[in-house]
Structures are given as structure tokens and as C-alpha cells.
Design a protein around this ligand. Structure first.
Ligand code: 26W
Length: 723
């Protein structure tokens, strides 16, 4: 169903659909929300007031959307992710409304520069990298497709750290993105929900003599939701992203305060509010971190409670739940939802186990984002037992019934039983969250064709054999609104002038551009646009790093998290070779500017060494007159969504060089291709799909295939090489 914003009976929306009203609200917010007279308003005041005005427009539409969904008792998609890399919201919200240009003109008449204003907004960096940014792209696409969807996450007070480079080394600074509050969110105390943690389980029998488990003696935490509007591009739909913030259940124990126990009262509050304080800045599992498990459960408990609250408004029994809710797990970070769903259905709604399990499997889907062993979550049973004793019991029950099914099919194969069990016995007794997610879902997807194949053949072959129909592939995508229409408006305009604007909501229409590839007029315009984008980036690099960046040189870009499998080291080594060839052999190589951007997890020392190496190589090369304008290297600090929006349109070459079989999909690779960069890449992740789409002759392929890597891995002795 599509939500239109035409005037609905009984409510005066007429004014709410144009920029005039937006500007009126902007001036109103300056005065009544920022309490500023025009003359004394700072640019921060202006940015906040404009964002609040845009939010007003989105709320108008959100009210209509949510009313329509509730009245229609529609089936909703619930996207559960511990990470959302939203970036800046102002430009994309205006672009999705179709008002960016007219708003820019109206502000210009008021003496304001929208391009400057929008860049005051701090990035909402509530994620580590690809997984978190994919979640944000999906929200934009779900709204644009008029899908009734809600994103659920945690409102981290501190997002991914800000990266400063000091003497070539990464230094992390806290990302206090809420310093001025977020104009995009609205707090919803009426939907706050209590969450239990720790405690113990008492076993009883109920009046009907059935065994019941009572989870008691718990600590209580409150989840306080904040909503962020997610606008469609091209229709009136506005969905929501609901982020949970942790609060102490009592304001704090006044009696303790009066008894002089002030410190323990405040200590209790502080502990509780630590739960949503900070995003884990790693993209590999932090060993046995209790707080990480508590974050995951806190978020899941609040979310399922909210889903039932909404569902119960229209239903007396849970039988309809699979027709009204599809819950997607973004990796295993929310996988504890499987056991929480069973706890609610069995312990609170008194369903028979089998019926509860049927509903659970029908409702959940699981997306795997990585094959890297260090990113596969296995929680120590001892930790689970302490924090979530009832959930551990439920997981044991799930495991018991599941392994009985396996035994029925493969009697006597004890090796298989051990491999498939939800519980790992060694090196420590742990809960395999990927196994829990798989058995508790009706569908499991990888994020690119190769990755989905490797899930079946490498990661969990036993499960793929047991349930072949359960495993699918859904290659990642990126939203063309943020990653072309908003960040590269000149190219977007050039495309629209050739093939119309249907591509904005249906990207397959880009195919219609193919005949223009040989059109000299289009080629000239394309080059001019690329040059303008490079000029803009070069100016930024000049201002930030004082590195002269010749725009006649090819911009060779590798921006992504720093990880050994992504092979930034190999890239900087080839730069060193290129430097020597130019300096010593006078090789006549075309000029290149090699750009890096990458945050390393704070504990990942080897990755931080590579950052240091890149900066040191850059300093050597950039100060050597013998290579002058033929080779430059720059490490762009604090890579984040808003910086990617500046870099990607300016790239000529896109480095996607991971060892085949390690990058699940990649999404930066798609953004670069969408903006006309040529890919240098291995046959890994979605590079395969991109090469198929653009044609092999437009893709600079190199490196071993995944099968070759697997073959050589067993015999590969790097130290033997070169001796
Ligand atoms: C803190 C634990 C943790 C572990 C893994 C946090 C985040 C992860 C993610 C799996 C890491 C990640 O972002 N994976 C990337 O997901 C993208 C979206 O599917 C893919 O395009 C990338 O290939 C994959 O590396």
C-alpha cells in the first residue's frame, strides 16, 4: 500500500506539502525552540532549526503512515540491528522530499548557504562499518518501497570513535554526537519498557500440573525509546527507526540516598545507564564481554515487548503473529531474540512448546555477514547462566529437541551431533549464536552469491545438508538516493537528462544509460563532473592535510575499515614499488593520487601499524621532488559516512582487493561503481556481481580465486618466499 500525502479528510494537511511551510517552521523554531532572534542565531542554531522544521514535515507524514498501517493491521518488517551507520540526515531527508534545490534557493534569499548548514550536522555513527551502513540503506529502501517497516536499535550515547592521526598513529576520541541533542529524534516515554537481568529460575507446577519456570530475583532496567523518522523518496511514506536508551528503573533509590547510601544509589544508576553508553568499536567479537551480551539482550527484550504491545492492540491470541510480523536478524548480534520469543510465548503466553517453536521459526530470518571466525559470536555458558539463566534453559531445550531431530535423520553420527549442537564443548562451553539463529529462523541468507555459497560449503555444511531450502542468498545493495542522487547531484542530473528519473526508485533502469557510453557529448559531461568532484575533494585535502593533490592525476581510492583481509598493506606496498620505479627507473607512469581512509578497531594493533606505515610512506613520497606531481599518497583521517559522500564521487579507481573468500560482500564497491569509478578487484564478495554487471572488460581483475586460496592456504609459507 502506498501512502500518499494528498489532503486527507478531517485534517488540514494542505499547507504541509511545500517549502513555504518548511521555511515558516524554520523561522518559528529559530525563535521558539532555539529562543534566538535572527541577528543572534549561530549557524548551529540555524542547522538545528532547519532540521526541526524538516522533522515537522516528516512527522506530518509519519502520523498518516502509522495511522494507515495500524488501521490496516498490516504485516510489518522489523529490522533488528545493533548497528546503524546513519551519517548526516538533513541533506538526504530534503532530497527524499524532493525539496533540496528549492530549500537551498529559499535559504539563499535569507543569506544562508544550505551546503554549509548541512555540514554542521554530526554524523550519527552508531555502527562499525558495512553491516551498520547496510542497515541504514535498507531502512531508506523499505520506506521508498512503501513497506511497513520499523528499524530497532540502541541509542548509543557515544558512536564509533572519532579518529585523529597524531604522528601517523590513530588516536581515538569519544564521539559525543548528542552534544547539541539530535533534532531528528523524539523521545517516547509512553512506550518505555522494563527489562529483567540476572536473577535465578524457580521451577514450579501450575494449577493444571504443568511444569512452569519462574525467572525471579532479577535486576530491573528501563528501556526508553527514541524515534527517528525515515522518509520514502517519492511517496508520502515515513517509517520509524526506534532506538532504545537504558535508564535506571527508579530515578534512583531515594531511601538509599536518605540512608546516606548516596553512592550506591548513584552507582546503581550509573551501571544501568552504561548499557546504552557506547557502541562496541570492534568488528570482531570482544571476548566474553558481559556488557556486550547485556546490550544485546536489553535491546532484544525492549524490541519484542514493543512488537507484542503493537500486535496485541489488534489481536487476542498470538496465532496471527507470523502473518503480522517478519523479524530480520542483522547478524547474530540480536540472535538472543529467538530465546526471548520462546520465553514470552511459553512462560508468559502459556503456549505449548511445539506451537511456540512453530511461530518463532515462522517469524525470524537471519542474515549472516561474515565468515571470519573471530566475528562469530560464542557466549560462554557461565556468562549466559549468570546474566540470562532462563534463556540458557530455553536454549538447552531448543538444543535437545533439535539434536533429537538430527539423531532421527543421522543416527549414530556423534561427530555431526557435536558439530551441529548449539552448545560448543571446547575450548570452552559456549552458546553458538549462529546455530541458534539458524535453527530459530525459516530463512538464512548470505550477502553475496559467493558468500552464500561459502556459508553452505564452508561455514555450516551440516545445516545446509539438513535444511537445503532454508539457505538463500540476498546480495547486498546500497541506496541510490544517498549514494548518487544526494552526494553526486551533478552526475544524477546528467543521467536524468538522458534516461528520465525513474532510476532513482528503480535502479535497474540505469541500463538505459548504456547507449550513451559512446556518446561523445555525454562522455565530455561525465569527465567534467568527475573533475569537479575531484576538485572539491582536492580542496578538502588541501585544507585538512596541506597535501597538494593534482586533479589531472588518477584518484586511486581505498576507503573501508582497516583489516588485514582487506589488504591495505598490499596496496601501500605497491605504492612503494611505484615510487621506486618513478624515482629510480624514471618509469613514465601516469600520475596517481593514492587515497586511503580507514578506522582500525582500537585493540587491533597490527591494523594500527598499517595506518602508521601508510602515513610514513605518504610523508616520504609527498616530500620527494623527484616524483612531484606523479605520485601522491594521502591518508584521510576520520573516515565516516559524510566523508565517504565527498570521496566516492571523486574516485577514478576503486580498490576492492580482499583475499578471495574473506569479504562477505562489500558495499563500498557498489557505491564507487555507481559513481563511475573503475574497479580494481579480486573475485570476492559482490565484486563478482559487479564485474558481471559492468562487463569483464570494465573490471581490472587480479588475484587468486577463492578455490585457489583454499588450495594454497595449506602449503603457503610466506617466509619461504623470496629466500
Ligand atoms: C563487535 C562484533 C562485530 C562482529 C562483526 C561487529 C560487526 C561485525 C560485522 C559482521 C562486520 C561487518 O560489518 N561485516 C560486513 O558486512 C557488510 C554488509 O553485509 C558486508 O558488505 C561486508 O563484506 C562485511 O565485512
Amino acid at each position: 500500500m502506498s501512502i500518499s500525502t494528498e489532503i486527507t479528510p478531517g485534517s488540514d494537511h494542505s499547507k504541509r506539502t511545500d517549502v513555504d511551510w518548511l521555511i515558516e517552521r524554520f523561522l518559528g523554531h529559530l525563535k521558539y525552540t532555539r529562543a534566538k532572534d535572527w541577528a543572534y542565531a549561530t549557524s548551529m542554531d540555524q542547522y538545528l532549526a532547519l532540521s526541526l522544521a524538516v522533522r515537522d514535515v516528516l512527522f506530518e507524514r509519519k502520523i498518516i503512515t502509522q495511522l494507515t498501517h495500524t488501521r490496516g493491521d498490516v504485516k510489518r518488517v522489523y529490522y533488528l540491528s545493533l548497528e546503524y551507520l546513519l551519517g548526516q540526515m538533513l541533506r538526504c531527508s530534503l532530497v527524499n522530499l524532493g525539496w533540496y534545490e528549492s530549500c537551498r534557493e529559499r535559504l539563499e534569499r535569507l543569506g544562508l548557504d544550505l551546503d554549509e548548514l548541512r555540514d554542521i550536522e554530526p554524523d550519527a555513527g552508531l555502527g562499525n562499518g558495512g553491516l551498520g551502513r547496510l542497515a541504514a540503506c535498507y531502512l531508506d529502501s523499505l520506506a521508498t518501497l512503501d513497506m511497513p517497516a520499523l528499524g530497532y536499535g540502541i541509542r548509543y550515547e557515544y558512536g564509533i570513535f572519532d579518529q585523529e592521526i597524531v604522528n601517523g598513529w590513530q588516536v581515538e576520541r569519544p564521539d559525543y554526537w548528542l552534544r547539541f541533542g539530535s533534532p531528528w529524534e523524539i523521545v517516547r516515554p509512553e512506550f518505555a519498557c522494563p527489562v529483567r537481568l540476572f536473577g535465578r529460575v524457580e521451577h514450579r507446577t501450575d494449577a493444571a500440573g504443568r511444569p512452569r519456570s519462574l525467572w525471579t530475583g532479577c535486576r530491573l532496567v528501563m528501556g526508553l525509546p527514541y524515534d527517528i523518522p525515515i522518509p520514502s523518496c517519492g511517496t508520502g511514506t515515513v517509517n520509524l527507526l526506534r532506538l532504545w536508551s537504558a535508564r535506571a528503573s527508579e530515578s534512583f533509590d531515594l531511601n538509599a540516598f536518605n540512608r546516606g547510601g548516596y553512592l550506591e544509589a548513584v552507582q546503581e544508576q550509573a551501571l544501568t545507564e552504561t548499557i546504552s553508553k557506547v557502541l562496541y568499536p570492534s568488528d570482531a567479537v570482544e571476548k566474553n564481554r558481559e556488557l556486550r551480551l547485556i546490550q544485546q539482550y536489553f535491546f532484544v527484550a525492549c524490541t519484542l515487548s514493543d512488537i507484542f504491545r503493537r500486535y496485541d492492540k489488534n489481536h487476542d491470541t498470538v496465532d496471527e503473529l507470523p502473518n503480522k510480523a517478519a523479524i530480520q536478524l542483522n547478524d547474530t548480534h540480536p540472535a538472543v531474540a529467538i530465546s526471548e520469543m520462546m520465553r514470552i510465548l511459553v512462560d508468559e503466553r502459556a503456549l505449548r512448546w511445539e506451537r511456540a517453536w512453530e511461530i518463532t521459526q515462522a517469524v525470524f530470518g537471519y542474515t549472516n555477514h561474515t565468515l571470519m571466525p573471530e566475528a562469530l559470536e560464542i557466549w560462554p555458558v557461565s556468562l549466559f547462566e549468570r546474566v540470562l539463566p532462563r534463556h540458557l534453559e530455553i536454549i538447552y531445550d531448543i538444543n535437545q529437541r533439535f539434536l533429537d531431530d538430527v539423531r532421527r535423520r543421522y543416527s549414530g553420527d556423534s561427530g555431526r551431533i557435536q558439530r551441529m549442537s548449539l552448545i560448543q564443548e571446547s575450548p570452552f562451553k559456549g552458546v553458538r549464536m549462529a546455530h541458534l539463529a539458524i535453527v530459530g529462523s525459516h530463512t538464512v541468507n548470505g550477502v553475496a552469491k559467493l558468500h552464500s555459497d561459502l556459508i553452505r560449503s564452508r561455514l555450516v555444511p551440516d545445516f545446509a545438508e539438513f535444511w537445503p531450502e532454508r539457505f538463500t542468498g540476498v546480495t547486498n545493495g546500497v541506496t541510490p538516493r544517498r549514494w548518487l542522487l544526494a552526494c553526486n547531484s551533478a552526475l544524477a542530473g546528467a543521467i536524468t537528462r538522458r534516461i528520465g528519473d525513474g532510476w532513482i526508485r528503480d535502479l535497474d533502469q540505469l541500463r538505459r544509460l548504456e547507449p550513451f557510453a559512446d556518446d561523445p557529448e555525454f562522455q565530455k559531461e561525465f569527465q567534467q563532473i568527475k573533475r569537479q568532484n575531484k576538485q572539491r575533494l582536492a580542496e578538502w585535502i588541501g585544507r585538512k592535510l596541506a597535501i597538494p593533490t593534482p586533479i589531472d592525476a588518477m584518484f586511486d581510492v581505498q576507503v573501508k575499515r582497516l583489516h588485514e583481509y582487506k589488504r591495505q598493506l598490499m596496496n601501500i606496498l605497491q605504492v612503494i614499488i611505484r615510487y621506486h620505479r618513478i624515482r629510480d627507473e624514471r618509469a613514465d607512469l601516469p600520475p596517481r593520487v593514492v587515497l586511503f581512509g580507514a578506522k582500525a578497531a582500537p585493540s587491533y594493533h597490527h591494523a594500527k601499524l598499517i595506518i602508521k606505515l601508510i602515513n610514513d610512506v605518504g610523508r616520504t613520497i609527498n616530500t620527494d621532488p623527484r616524483v612531484a606531481d606523479r605520485l601522491r599518497v594521502a591518508f584521510l583521517p576520520n573516515y565516516r559516512v559524510s566523508l565517504a559522500e565527498l570521496i566516492i564521487p571523486a574516485a577514478d579507481l576503486s580498490e576492492q582487493i580482499s583475499t578471495a573468500g574473506t569479504e562477505a560482500s562489500g558495499t563500498g564497491n557498489m557505491k564507487f561503481a555507481l559513481n563511475g569509478a573503475l574497479t580494481i578487484g579480486t573475485l570476492d564478495g559482490a565484486n563478482v556481481e559487479i564485474r558481471d554487471a559492468v562487463g569483464a572488460d570494465n573490471f581490472f581483475l587480479f588475484g587468486l580465486t577463492e578455490q585457489e586460496v583454499a588450495y594454497y592456504r595449506s602449503t603457503y609459507q610466506p617466509w619461504q618466499l623470496g629466500t
